[in-house]
Design a protein around this ligand. Sequence first.
Ligand SMILES: Nc1ncnc2c1ncn2[C@@H]1O[C@H](COP(=O)(O)OP(=O)(O)OP(=O)(O)O)[C@@H](O)[C@H]1O
Ligand SMILES: [Mg+2]
Length: 206
Amino acid sequence: MAIIAFLSQKGGVGKSTLARAFACEAKKSGLSIKLADLDTQQGTVSEWHRHRLNNGNDPVGSVEVFGKVRDALELAESFDILILDGAPRASTATLEIAKVADLLVLPTGASRDDLIPTVLLAHELVKKGVPPERIGIALVRVSTESEIQDANHYITQAGHYCFKGHLPEKPAYRQAQNDGLAVTETRYKSLNERADELVQSITDRL
Ligand SMILES: Nc1ncnc2c1ncn2[C@@H]1O[C@H](COP(=O)(O)OP(=O)(O)OP(=O)(O)O)[C@@H](O)[C@H]1O
Ligand SMILES: [Mg+2]
């Protein structure tokens, strides 16, 4: 049993995107998956999964909305992997999750607007006793090589781990998710390989 959580201080940075891709790839490798949607207001992942099944695609495991983190955690023992897709903002639930999760993935864009709150959240988690090796920052919706390098530098200089690979900003990733697919399942082989590399790097740290 392993618990992985996708969390952030800011909304719209790619938590649900990476949680879905991670669930998809873990399921394909034969693991039993519980994907817990902790975003009760938007229900992004559960709505997406319903759409996925309606379109005739394979399930990514068992997907459920949870209002309370502890209700999701109680089910962890019954699955190989419990994936937690966090609500838009960090809250008391974030710490509750951080204390028990094997890996915390903090997605971020490459702008200072995104990087500063991401690194602050990572600092805060370490200050609250989360071992740094259980935290990783993932670059999402990035464009140029130089902004990727700068962001990577900023993260590592701040003392945190930046996952290998990144998710470039591409309408095809949005389109895939609109169709109930993951970012590893687009129509484009090269984009799937990019997404796979990031998901693999997350898996390797787990
Ligand atoms: N690499 C990408 N290229 C283009 N669009 C992307 C990419 N990654 C994510 N998106 C889009 O960005 C939006 C936000 O992504 P997502 O829902 O994963 O963020 P989130 O952190 O879960 O947001 P929230 O905090 O609201 O839960 C979505 O519309 C998603 O389809
Ligand atoms: Mg979300």
